[in-house]
Design a binder for this molecule. Structure first.
Ligand code: FAD
Length: 507
């Protein structure tokens, strides 16, 4: 590399993974040429970063105009465009506006697309980016009843935040928030589902927070497609999501263990001869006192039938059934430039964040980590992992250019995620749900109704995972116990005893 002929790093995607990658390249990449290409006019950047523990992190995410990356990092050039294809033979990428850009090292951070059922139906929406949230907010204003499908973080937050309309929450599992917590913690949350929300300000947020920029603000053109970056933590925090029914604060019915069979128009429903079910006649987790058969009289704009035979009418269906990695460009250029994909559709990457294609790396939601994971880490498509992967990918690219060895970043030693559900702080550590442990583990529980839920997972006497809900203040201690692999057999009986300071055992 020399000043006349600098190394060319190209990063595709202006989400957290791409922007972190570019910022890291800008700091450590010497006098390289760095280009960020992104389809969306807004990028996401991490601010107020701090560590809750050695691994668990908190930060705010700010949405900014794409040019802000250039303003902050003088050695970075940004282009708002969509990448359509790639030729590894020529080391070039091609864009929708007919340009080609050469690279020495390329990192793909194109995120994921929502997996939307009944795509194209205007009454079925997937929530992904700022635009889709605004669309949802507008549509929800007129809604009396909404069906939400999915059991991950987005569905869980949405169900809690939505007011002024009935919510039918359809989940394929037997307990709520199943992507993150077990049935016990699901039960812990369930009783808060229909409670009126505490409207007092929550105080400073200790978890990841998300701030949007307004399209149309200076430097922020209106977006033109659906390639925006994914939303992230706290995306509901400052949003008013209110339906049409003033008399309802919060009314949620959970339809458990079901999958969607069909989505019907009012005419199709009439022709089918099916009968509409009432969510409130047999119900779980619901405030059932008011009854509301007044909503059953007219035809609904859309009907949804479930695998258990029940049929509900509603104004809007929200499909929050996860994302599919955005791993394929629209055109095929040369046959050698095909990414090897994992079973979940992500681009396979090795422990150096390299794909199967020469000099092409990937990070964030688009990729699947195919290295041999540390016993306490697992991949989840989360904002924190997008940041960590973007940063590590940049370091790997630089190390490769310099022919240096690089060891795996420490953040991949332990899974750690901090979030909030139903206004409870939630910290997940290690194999928090016993993932991949089979039946070979033991669970210790401490539950104080309405206050905290503490679950630890022990394998061979050693702590391998924890779910901490509420202000438990145990995250640091438990993280250390997982990392140092101490045999806890002698302390097991006292480990979760209330009033006992666990740290005292290990002084
Ligand atoms: P993205 O943020 O999706 O960014 C992808 C970028 O690639 C975008 O800038 C896009 O414009 C660009 N792009 C795509 N295709 C092209 C192309 N062909 N050419 C050029 N550019 C392209 N995570 C949490 O940790 N906690 C949460 O509470 C949480 N809540 C969420 C709530 C919602 C509603 C959603 C949708 C996600 C949530 N997530 C949460 C997940 C989190 O937002 C993602 O894991 C994270 O943002 C992924 O970042 P990324 O950079 O990999 O991808």
């Amino acid at each position: 590399m020399d000043a006349k002929n600098p190394i060319k790093y190209v990063v595709v995607g202006g989400g957290i993974a791409g922007v972190t990658c570019v910022e890291t390249l800008s700091v450590f990449g010497d006098s390289a040429s760095i280009t960020l290409l992104s389809a969306s006019p807004l990028i996401k950047t991490v601010v107020n970063y701090s560590k809750l523990t050695q691994v668990a992190e908190t930060f705010d995410v700010k949405e900014k105009p794409i040019v802000s990356v250039e303003e902050k990092n003088s050695n970075v050039h940004v282009i708002q465009t969509s990448v359509t294809s790639l030729s590894t033979k020529d080391k070039k990428i091609y864009t929708s506006d007919g340009c080609s850009i050469t690279y020495d090292k390329l990192c793909i951070c194109t995120g994921g697309k929502p997996r939307v059922i009944a795509e194209g139906n205007p009454l079925v929406i997937g929530i992904r980016d700022t635009e889709s949230v605004k669309d949802f907010q507008n549509k929800v204003r007129k809604a009396r009843r909404i069906v939400i499908i999915g059991n991950g973080g987005i569905a869980t937050e949405l169900v809690y935040e939505l007011e002024g309309c009935e919510v039918i929450w359809a989940i394929k599992d037997t307990s709520i928030a199943h992507t993150f917590v077990d049935a016990g913690a699901g039960e812990f949350f369930l009783e808060h589902l229909n409670k009126d929300k505490d409207k007092t300000p929550a105080g400073p947020s200790k978890r990841l927070k998300y701030t949007t920029a307004e399209a149309g603000e200076p430097g922020i053109p209106l977006p033109s497609g659906h390639d925006g970056g994914a939303l992230g933590p706290d995306w509901t925090r400052d949003l008013e999501i209110r339906g049409h029914l003033d008399q309802i604060s919060h009314r949620v019915h959970v339809e458990k263990g079901v999958e969607v069979d069909t989505i019907l128009s009012p005419d199709e429903f009439k022709e089918s001869g099916m009968e509409e079910s009432s969510p409130w006649s047999h119900t779980s987790g619901v405030n059932n006192t008011a009854g509301n058969d007044f909503l059953l009289t007219a035809l609904w704009p859309v009907y949804i039938t479930f695998s258990n035979g029940r049929v509900y009418g509603c104004d809007l269906v929200v499909s929050a059934t996860g994302v599919v990695p955005n791993a394929r460009f629209t055109e095929e250029r040369d046959g050698d430039s095909q990414f090897e994909l994992a079973e979940d559709g992500g681009i396979k990457i090795n422990s150096h964040m390299e794909t199967n294609l020469d000099s092409v790396y990937a990070a964030g939601d688009v990729c699947t980590a195919c290295w041999e994971h540390s016993p306490h880490w697992l991949q989840m498509r989360l904002w924190s992992q997008a940041r960590q992967m973007g940063c590590y990918a940049a370091k790997c690219m630089i190390a490769d250019v310099k022919n240096e060895d690089i060891s795996m970043d420490f953040c991949f030693e332990l899974f750690a995620h901090v979030t909030t559900f139903f206004r409870f702080k939630v910290v997940l550590l290690g194999k928090f749900n016993g993932q991949s442990l089979g039946n070979d583990y033991e669970v210790l529980l401490r539950v104080t109704k309405g206050e905290e839920y503490v679950k630890v997972i022990l394998q061979n006497g050693r702590l391998v995972g924890a779910v901490l809900i509420g202000e438990t203040d145990l995250e640091e201690t438990f993280e250390n116990l997982i990392l140092n692999g101490l045999d806890l057999t002698p302390f097991k009986e006292n480990l979760l005893e209330p009033g006992v300071d666990v740290e005292d055992f290990f002084d």
